[in-house]
Design a protein around this ligand. Sequence first.
Ligand SMILES: [Zn+2]
Length: 235
Amino acid sequence: MLQAIAQLLILQNTDQRLREVTQALLQLPQEKITCEKALQDADQKLQSIRSRQQELEREIKKNEGDILAKQSQIARYRTQQMETRKNEEYAAFNHEIALGEKAITMLEEQQLELMEKSDLLQPEIERAQEVHTIEHKRVNAILGTFDGRSENLLVRQRELHNARPSLTLDIEEDVLDRYERLFKSKNGIAVAAIEHGVCTGCHMQMTTQTILSAKAEKEIMACSQCGRFLYTEED
Ligand SMILES: [Zn+2]
């Protein structure tokens, strides 16, 4: 292999790792936001089912009050009925009392339905609480790794960054310039192998002449399609 290509490959390997580390560092804040959102979602789901339960409890309490109010109203009617001497008024109280009792029957039926709903909700709440606990545990475990991961990535980034200058020392300036432009514009691959007659950077079929020149290892070759530096390890 040409010395220049070998040096470029070592540099490219370092630059690719540097790029990965830098991207991983950039993704950390977004990952953190995703985690926090997951925690909020879990809280909201549990809160929503608890609110439904509270709403049912309020309705049950209100019904209870309504039933008691009707009962004491009926009791008052009965007292007043005992005190009247007029037949029409007596009959009118009977009517009111019957209406009140009918209303109580309806309220009691409603009450049973509400209590049944509340009972059915109970296992759902327990499940929601379990899911909530599991989700919090899962997400907090991920969040717990952030500081360590961030620290490791920063150390790695510094190491790669510090190692880089010594890798460029023996590379000709114009070659290095071209390499750096290619690395940026060609998605982190500036030096590509020819495999089975194809540039592995752009998958273009190379001419026999290009392949032979690459094999001859007399000068640095570039792909006529993508411009990447080429080398071949095939016979
Ligand atoms: Zn190419």
